[in-house]
Ligand binder design. Structure first.
Ligand code: ADP
Length: 416
């Protein structure tokens, strides 16, 4: 069964075609600058890499260009469109309506549309992708996989903000959390690597990419997560501030005379690593300049690690101790320095890092815990596309989503 996975942004389509009979990726690519000057497609299959400058007016046109690259030319991997059996769509916000992946029909599309006010920068583009794909493939199943769904298991005391309760009742202002698909994949994979059932494990997953999520997972269920109503809450990120005193907003508007829109922009696009370092939102560059002695880059690195450690401690407390700490996404998988700083001084909770193993673990799965460590420290590259494809297969086959412990390929299937 071949599954096409789509992740549509405002001006991009990321795609991957997977053969789910063997779990292998057949081709992947990105269409970028949709509707802008200089749009192009980058397509990769096996050893073939193609980059074509093409005019792409909208998502529908982009979808057709993607299909033509999958079916023809040097990067061809299928004879015709009938070889695609289902499409899995990444959808950022499912609000409170979706706690699981779901077969898309008109009612589901309506509900995703209703979530647009919660994710105005994402859901409209996810919908554009769904609409283009359904038009092209009207007869095959389309499945929506939500970033927020995994966190719908958060207890009320964790998802409610301590503000007037009517704000929740009237406007659904609460914590939703994001990166759920990544956290679900990584936690299931961690259980596999540890050789233990996921429903016996307490773990903290650190998804450290441009966006950052920390997730406390008990028995395969998310019980606390660091992003909130929007992805701005939580840890320090590439350009997002993470937690700041909400009083900062009022103060900046009065003391600096900034508009709400401008402050929103500052907190989301000009803060985090970029804002503090003044150099870049890219951790590699910030670390490089820190090593050369740039004081603001040094500060940005120290702040990032300090805030990370603070959250790890808090989440370990929520879980009553942890069995595993898992690092994933660009920084988590590639930066021994950040992992070392975040883990230093955590021996009081039974966590010891093996420094040599940590330094050697770059871009691949590894157990980097010290031999005496009660907490296993793991590095696991995330694979959101695979998780979306697995869900798509399950939903398309009408079996419901796999239980987390089965999520990565055990033969046993049961309802989550
Ligand atoms: P996205 O959230 O966009 O998917 P990624 O998961 O690709 O992001 O992570 C991007 C982040 O990973 C960037 O801050 C980048 O600098 C960082 N990163 C990648 N490689 C390294 C490295 N070797 N050392 C430190 N940071 C790295």
């Amino acid at each position: 069964m071949r599954v096409l996975v789509l992740n549509c942004g405002s001006s991009s389509i990321k795609y991957e075609l997977m053969d789910m009979d063997n779990g292998k990726s057949l081709a992947r690519g990105t269409i970028a600058k949709i509707g802008e000057h200089g749009s192009y497609i980058e397509h990769e299959s096996g050893n073939t890499k193609i980059r074509n400058e093409v005019k792409v007016a909208n998502h529908e046109a982009g979808f057709k260009i993607m299909m033509s690259h999958l079916m023809a030319g040097k990067g061809r991997v299928i004879k015709d469109a009938s070889e695609v059996s289902a499409v899995g769509h990444r959808v950022v916000h499912g609000g409170e309506g979706f706690s699981d992946s779901i077969l898309i029909d008109d009612g589901v599309i309506r509900k995703i549309r209703e979530c647009i006010p919660l994710a105005p920068l994402h859901n409209p583009h996810n919908l554009a992708g769904i609409e283009a794909a359904r038009k092209y493939f009207p007869k095959i199943p389309h499945v929506a996989v939500f970033d927020t769904a995994f966190h719908q298991t958060l207890p009320q005391k964790a998802f409610t903000y301590p503000i007037p309760y009517e704000m929740y009742e009237k406007f659904r202002v609460r914590r939703y959390g994001f990166h759920g698909t990544s956290c679900r994949y990584v936690s299931a994979r961690a259980a596999e690597l540890l050789g233990r059932p996921i429903d016996s494990l307490r773990m903290v997953v650190c998804h450290l990419g441009n966006g950052v999520t920390l997730d406390a997972i008990r028995n395969g269920k998310s019980v606390e997560t660091s992003m909130g109503l929007t992805p701005t809450e939580g840890l320090m990120m590439g350009t997002r501030s993470g937690d700041v005193d909400p009083g900062v907003v009022y103060y900046l508007s009065t003391a600096a005379g900034l508009s709400l829109e401008r402050i929103y922009d500052i907190l989301n696009r000009e803060s985090g690593l970029l804002g503090v370092s003044g150099v870049s939102n890219d951790m590699r560059e910030v670390i490089e300049q820190a090593k050369k002695g740039n004081p603001r880059c040094k500060l940005a690195v120290e702040m990032f690690a300090h805030r990370l450690k603070k959250y790890v401690g808090a989440y370990a407390a929520v879980l009553g101790g942890i069995d595993a700490l898992v690092f994933t996404a660009g920084i988590g998988v590639n930066s021994p320095l950040i992992r070392e700083k975040a883990c230093s001084g955590l021996s009081f909770m039974g966590l010891e890092l093996d420094r040599a193993k940590n330094r050697a673990a770059i871009g691949r799965e590894a157990d980097i815990s010290g031999s005496d460590s009660r907490v296993r420290v793991l590095v696991i590259p995330t694979d959101e596309e695979k998780m979306i494809a697995l869900d798509t297969v399950e939903v398309a086959r009408g079996l419901g989503k796999k239980a987390p412990s089965d999520a990565l390929g055990s033969k046993t299937r049961r309802r989550a």
